[in-house]
Design a protein around this ligand. Structure first.
Ligand code: HEC
Length: 216
């Protein structure tokens, strides 16, 4: 619950931050310097609140993050570097710098969105795991656990209860096998979609494993 509230607050303040920024950017670009100054003065307090919330929720989310995904570090660096550039641009009414900081902020936003869809672990299973369903030694739950351990364990934990990055407790989940497969396909919130990543047999094996660790 805590993570979900933080996540949505973070998204909301980022949207507000970008909206304020957009207005300033267009005022500067269209040479309306007087309007820009009076807008900046009027928006100052809300802007400080929004920027502080942006920072605070970002740091709190980071503390709950299961893993630092692909472009994450780059995204944070770009955001941090864009701040002094933006300050300088608006203070000196310097359009090129304003355009640069604008691109950086939009770029960071794009990176955050892309990151969500990135599956970052390569899938190597322990050698002793039988993955051929026609082999007499094949066990679907063991296969499912091995796949789960490569992709899901960082957020959900070995026993399904970890709940990092806002993940749900899988022991308390009451999804059916089909619903689990569907969630693996689509992902949700911070969970990436694994639609094309696993075969339908692999998704079924993972679901069987998840059903096997249930509490109920
Ligand atoms: C980056 C973190 C992350 C990874 C990796 C991840 N999940 Fe999730 N998972 C989540 C989050 C967050 C939710 C909760 C989404 C929501 O309903 O708000 C979730 C929810 C689920 C649910 C739904 C539980 C319920 O009852 O609502 C299932 C099932 C699930 N994950 C399975 C998996 C499987 C299988 C994998 C690996 C293939 C996986 N997850 C990888 C973060 C992750």
């Amino acid at each position: 619950m805590y993570y979900i509230a933080l996540y949505h607050t973070h998204k909301l303040v980022i949207t507000l931050f970008i909206l304020i920024y957009l207005v300033k950017f267009f005022l500067l670009m269209s040479g309306k310097n007087k309007t820009l100054d009076s807008f900046s003065a009027r928006i100052l307090i809300p802007e400080i609140v929004v920027s502080s919330l942006f920072l605070i929720t970002g740091v709190l989310l980071l503390l709950e993050a299961a893993e630092i995904r692909g472009l994450f570090v780059t995204k944070i660096i770009v955001v941090i570097v864009s701040v002094p550039i933006a300050l300088k641009a608006y203070k000196s009414k310097y359009k090129a710098l304003a355009a640069l900081s604008f691109l950086m902020i939009i770029g960071a936003y794009g990176m955050a969105e892309m990151n969500k869809y990135m599956i970052i672990h390569t899938q190597t299973l322990p050698e002793n795991v039988v993955t051929d369903a026609s082999d007499p030694a094949y066990d679907m739950v063991i296969h499912g656990k091995a796949l789960y351990d490569t992709q899901c364990v960082n957020c959900h934990g070995a026993d399904g209860t970890l709940q990092m990055s806002g993940a749900k407790n899988l022991q308390l989940s009451n999804m059916t096998e089909n619903q689990i497969v569907e969630r693996i396909n689509t992902g949700k919130m911070t969970m990436p979609p694994y639609d094309d990543f696993f075969t339908s047999h692999e998704k079924k094996a993972i679901s069987e494993y998840i059903l096997s660790i249930r509490d109920n």
